[in-house]
Structure formats: structure tokens, C-alpha cells
Design a protein around this ligand. Structure first.
Ligand SMILES: NC(=O)c1ccc[n+]([C@@H]2O[C@H](COP(=O)([O-])OP(=O)(O)OC[C@H]3O[C@@H](n4cnc5c(N)ncnc54)[C@H](O)[C@@H]3O)[C@@H](O)[C@H]2O)c1
Length: 399
């Protein structure tokens, strides 16, 4: 029997492009797929262009649309502000929302800079009961959530290695100078965009914190990119309108690699790049422990690879677990066993868990808040320091 809803959750979304779409779909779908304590109400969407925002609102089911984000923050019907804009405005929008008494769900990385991230945590600590959330959506792939549960339950035993990489290939020389290549808007390049995800995943799956980062390399392959009038419709700027033949300087990394030590004694390697030709969205993590290992690759997101080191030698081998059974985290909320889920369900499951927490229930697996995401931001900062100063950086240095 469906749970009786004890109230409503009015959502105000800021941002109408890639994440704007993913989150609109998530807020609209969480109620039908999950038995939530709160009814989710898509109150208002904020964009910059009034006509475009209105069109977006109509298409994705928002009751109102506004062309100034402050109006969404101050809307009395809004309980939670969803910040889905570039990184340099996360702090202003989230802090204004907290000051207006709203819960906040902000996109990752928490901010473009460590200073902004710290200001956000300070505002969250001053809040009077409001909660914060950060959209590290990969935690909610059933396979990643299962990996977290296996480690938590001791199935891997003592952890030795973490091997994570997030490889994409859309950032070649033909890709124009979008906001993702401008440090004043993005903070960093592949680092904040992709390493942020695998740092969070490593912390989530292992349950260990980073203690030291060393051996980092930060590299920009494409120094100049075409200046465009409009961003186009895709991450890569496909469809963007060029502004003559003018080019501008990319001020972010294209790739960052680093090594790490963890609080429980594990060691790890991390790599993020947008120029790994042939890798489309290869977000991978492998963890090796005394009793077993796990491997995840987002390009095969419904599967978790499992090695049982306690099995008789003759039977040992990698097992592919299709994480689509009712016993797997989140899977039972969607389709019958063996019917695969996709990218968007990570966001749907996250919207559902947010509504669970705000309605007084527990999420299926832990949700990151601003304080948690600050730990990931500190690791990002430590890697930049390690690369630029060519030295090991203890996380203690960053407080
Ligand atoms: N969780 C994930 O897997 C994931 C994936 C992609 C992007 N992101 C994050 O989501 C955020 C947005 O990325 P995106 O890919 O959706 O970018 P995008 O360029 O597709 O969309 C950005 C949106 O923000 C709006 N915007 C920009 N500046 C604004 C301002 N000052 N006021 C109001 N609106 C403004 C734009 O008009 C646009 O609608 C970033 O922080 C990014 O790192 C997360």
C-alpha cells in the first residue's frame, strides 16, 4: 500500500540546459517510481532568457517560469532550490537560498573555488534546520551503491588499492571556448568536472577519507579555442555559433592525474581527462581488498564486477553481477528484474532520496551534503597544489 504523503516539497530549479533537463525529469519522476513521504511540486524554473525559460518550463512540467534566479529563491511556494548552473555561481545562489530559509540541492563540484565552497558550508552551518545536498549522482547507480554496501559489510576485508579514472574525449581542438574552459566560471577543467566525481565515488565506496595527495600532473593540451556567440546544444559545443575566426585562451586543465593515500591505509590513483580518444563517458573505479575486489565502469552502468578471493582457487574468477534485481539498491523501484536502467535514473533516485530525507526518512545510501562535498573539494585543491608545487600535500594543510 502506498505511504500517506505527509506534506509537499516545492522545488525551484535554476538552470535550463543539460542538468536543468536531468533534474526536471528527476523531480517529475521520483514520485511515480518511489513511495515518498512528500509530494514533489515542480513550482518554478529560472533561466536567463524569458522566452526560452518559459518554453522549457512548459515542456518539462514547471508551473511557473522566471528570468531572474532571485525570484525562484524568494518564491514562497519553493521549499528547496536546485542549483544547476555553472560552478562560479553556485555559492551566490546557494547562500541566497539558505538565507531565504530554503533547502538547497546544488550541482557538483560544490564550487569553482575552495573559498566559495567554504563560504557555502559556513552558510549551511548557520541555517535554521534547512538541509543541503550535492548532486553526486553516480552514488545512486545500483552497482556503485552495491559496491558501497559490500565494502561497508566487510566483504572486501582490508582495502589495498583504489584505481579510478574518468575518461571522456569530447574536448579536442575543435571544441570551442565554452564556460567549461574558462577558469573564472568553471574553476578548473576535467579536474573539477570529472575528478570530483571519482573522488566522491572513492570516498563513498571505500568509506575512507583522503589523507595525502602526491605526484599530481595538471596539463592543458589545447591552449586556444574558438570564441562562440552561443554555446550550442551539447557539452562539446556542437551546434555553437562561431564569432568569426577569433580564438581565446583556455584557462583550465584538459587532464589531471594524481596519487593518494587513504585514512584506512589504502593507496589510490586518479585520472581525469577530456582527451582520451575512444572513451566516451568511462567513469571507472576498481577497489582491491584482502577478501575480494570490485570494478565499475559507467559505460556498462548496470553491471558490477566482483572477485571473491575467499572462493576455492579452482572457482575463482571475475563475476559480472547484473544489478537489476529487486535486492539491488534502487533497482526494484524501476522495472522487473533484468530490465536495464540508464543515466537519468541516478538523478531520479537522488531526487527520491532527498524527498525521503526531508520527509523524515532514511535515504537508501548516504547523501552528500555541503560539508561532505567540501572534503571532495579539498582533495581537488590538494591535487592542484601538488601539481603546481611538485610536492606531496597532506589534507591536514587544508584544514
Ligand atoms: N552531476 C553530473 O553528472 C553533472 C553533469 C554535467 C554538469 N554538471 C554540473 O552541473 C552544473 C551545470 O552544468 P550544465 O552541464 O547543466 O551546464 P549548461 O551550460 O548545459 O547549463 C547551464 C545553465 O545555467 C544557466 N546559467 C548560467 N549562468 C547563469 C546565471 N548567472 N544565472 C542564471 N542562470 C545561469 C544557463 O543559462 C544554463 O541554463 C555545473 O556545475 C556542472 O559541473 C553535473
Amino acid at each position: 500500500m502506498a505511504r500517506r504523503k505527509t506534506g509537499r516539497l516545492g522545488v525551484g530549479l535554476i538552470g535550463t540546459k543539460f542538468m536543468g533537463k536531468a533534474h526536471s525529469h528527476a523531480w517529475a519522476s521520483a514520485g511515480p517510481f518511489f513511495d515518498l513521504p512528500l509530494a514533489i511540486d515542480l513550482v518554478t524554473v529560472a533561466g536567463r532568457d524569458p522566452a526560452e525559460t518559459h518554453e522549457f518550463g512548459k515542456r518539462w512540467g514547471w508551473r511557473k517560469s522566471v528570468a531572474q534566479w532571485q525570484l525562484a529563491v524568494l518564491d514562497a511556494e519553493v521549499d528547496l532550490v536546485d542549483v544547476s548552473t555553472p560552478n562560479h555561481v553556485h555559492a551566490d545562489m546557494s547562500i541566497a537560498a539558505l538565507e531565504a530559509g530554503k533547502h538547497v540541492a546544488c550541482e557538483k563540484p560544490l564550487a569553482g573555488t575552495l573559498a566559495d565552497a567554504r563560504a557555502m558550508v559556513k552558510a549551511a552551518k548557520k541555517a535554521k534546520g534547512q538541509k543541503t545536498f550535492v548532486w553526486f549522482n553516480y552514488r545512486r547507480c545500483p552497482a556503485v551503491a552495491l559496491a558501497h554496501q559490500l565494502v561497508r559489510d566487510g566483504r572486501l576485508g582490508k582495502l589495498f588499492h583504489v584505481r579510478a579514472s574518468y575518461l571522456q574525449d569530447w574536448g579536442g581542438p575543435d571544441t570551442p571556448l565554452l564556460w567549461r574552459f574558462q577558469a573564472d566560471q568553471a574553476g578548473s577543467g576535467a579536474h573539477g568536472d570529472l575528478n570530483a566525481h571519482i573522488i566522491d565515488m572513492a570516498r563513498f565506496v571505500t568509506g575512507q577519507e583522503f589523507t595525502e595527495v602526491s605526484g599530481a600532473i595538471e596539463h592543458t593540451f589545447v591552449k586556444e579555442r574558438a570564441i562562440v556567440e552561443s554555446a550550442g546544444g551539447a557539452i562539446s559545443g556542437r551546434g555553437a555559433k562561431a564569432k568569426g575566426k577569433r580564438t581565446g585562451r583556455s584557462t583550465v586543465d584538459d587532464a589531471v592525474l594524481f596519487l593518494a593515500r587513504f585514512s584506512g591505509g589504502a593507496i589510490g590513483s586518479f585520472e581525469a581527462t577530456r582527451l582520451a580518444t575512444g572513451n566516451k563517458n568511462r567513469n571507472q573505479i576498481e577497489v582491491n581488498g584482502e577478501h575480494g575486489s570490485i570494478k565499475f565502469d559507467f559505460e556498462r552502468m548496470n553491471e558490477l564486477q566482483w572477485w571473491d578471493n575467499t572462493a576455492p582457487k579452482a572457482l575463482q574468477g571475475w563475476t559480472t553481477i547484473m544489478c537489476t534485481e529487486g535486492v539491488h539498491p534502487y533497482a526494484g523501484n524501476y522495472w522487473p528484474p533484468a530490465h536495464l536502467i540508464g543515466y537519468e535514473q541516478g538523478f531520479v533516485s537522488m531526487a527520491a532520496d532527498i524527498a525521503m530525507v526531508l520527509g523524515g526518512s532514511k535515504p537508501v545510501v548516504p547523501l552528500p551534503d555541503f560539508e561532505d562535498a567540501l572534503k571532495t573539494q579539498c582533495v581537488l585543491e590538494a591535487a592542484v597544489l601538488s601539481a603546481r608545487e611538485r610536492r606531496p600535500v597532506s589534507l591536514k594543510e587544508l584544514g
